[in-house]
Design a protein around this ligand. Structure first.
Ligand SMILES: Cc1ncc(COP(=O)(O)OP(=O)(O)O)c(N)n1
Ligand code: 3NM
Ligand code: MG
Length: 201
C-alpha cells in the first residue's frame, strides 16, 4: 500500500471541506470528546467531501463508529489498540494505522499487522502534551528498517522546512496539524505542502 506523502490531520469536517478540495489526498479526522451523534455527523460530512475529491479519509480513535459509518481506514494509538477489537476492524474490511513512540510500542504495533506505522514526535509538538522526548531524524531511519515493507508515517512538529529531512531518513508520509491549522493562511500553507511533497508522490 502506498500513502500520499502529505498526511493532513484536522479536528473537524469543516477543515476537511475547506482544505481537501485544494488537492489533499490523505486526511485524518481527529476529533476528541464529542457526543456520538456529533461524531457521526462529522464523519458523514468528511466522507462525502473525501469521496468527491478522491481523498483517503482516516478516522482517529473511533473505530466502532468508523465501521458503522462505512469508513475504510482507522488510526489507533497504543491505548486505543489495547481496547480495540482488531479482528472486528479487519472483518469489516478496514485498514489500520498505528502510533509508536518506542521499541516496545513498535513490537506491539507490528504484532497487530497494521497497514502503516507512525513514529512520533519527530520534533517537539505544541498540539498535545507528550510523554516522549522528540525522536529526531535518526529514529526514522531505525524505524524504516524495522517497519519495511509497511509505509512509515512521521509525525510531530513538522513543517515545510523539515520535509527534506524526514523523507531523506526514510519516511513515506509526513503528518501535520498545527503548521497548517494555526497558520495565518491555511489554504496557502496547504498548497505549499502539496507542492513541496510532490517529489515523493
Ligand atoms: C498519523 C498519526 N500518528 C499518531 C497519532 C497519535 O495517535 P494517539 O497516540 O492515539 O493519540 P491521539 O491522536 O488519539 O491523541 C495520530 N493520531 N495520527
Ligand atoms: C497527534 C500527534 N501524535 C503524535 C505522536 O507522536 O504520536 S505527535 C502529534 C501532534 C502532531 O501535531 P503537529 O503537527 O501540530 O505537531
Ligand atoms: Mg488515539
Amino acid at each position: 500500500m502506498k500513502l500520499d506523502p502529505f498526511y493532513l490531520i484536522v479536528d473537524s469536517a469543516a477543515w476537511i471541506e475547506r482544505l481537501v478540495p485544494l488537492g489533499v489526498k490523505l486526511v485524518q479526522l481527529r476529533i476528541k470528546d464529542r457526543p456520538d451523534e456529533e461524531l457521526r455527523s462529522e464523519i458523514r460530512r468528511a466522507r462525502a467531501v473525501c469521496a468527491a475529491h478522491g481523498c483517503q479519509l482516516i478516522v482517529n480513535d473511533y473505530w466502532q463508529i468508523a465501521i458503522e459509518e462505512g469508513c475504510d481506514f482507522v488510526h489507533l494509538g497504543q491505548e486505543d489498540l489495547a481496547e480495540a477489537d482488531v479482528a472486528a476492524i479487519r472483518a469489516a474490511g478496514l485498514k489500520l494505522g498505528l502510533s509508536t513512540h518506542d521499541e516496545a510500542e513498535l513490537e506491539t504495533a507490528l504484532a497487530a499487522r497494521p497497514d502503516y506505522v507512525a513514529l512520533g514526535p519527530i520534533y517537539p509538538t505544541i498540539l498535545k502534551k507528550m510523554t516522549w522526548e522528540a525522536q529526531g531524524l535518526s529514529r526514522i531511519s531505525a524505524w524504516r528498517e524495522r517497519v519495511r515493507p509497511l509505509p512509515l508515517v512521521a509525525i510531530g512538529g513538522l513543517n515545510t522546512d523539515r520535509l527534506e529531512g524526514v523523507f531523506a531518513h526514510g519516511a513515506d508520509s509526513a503528518a501535520v496539524v498545527t503548521d497548517i491549522t494555526l497558520n495565518a493562511d491555511p489554504e496557502g500553507r496547504t498548497r505549499e505542502w502539496i507542492e513541496k511533497t510532490a517529489r515523493w508522490r
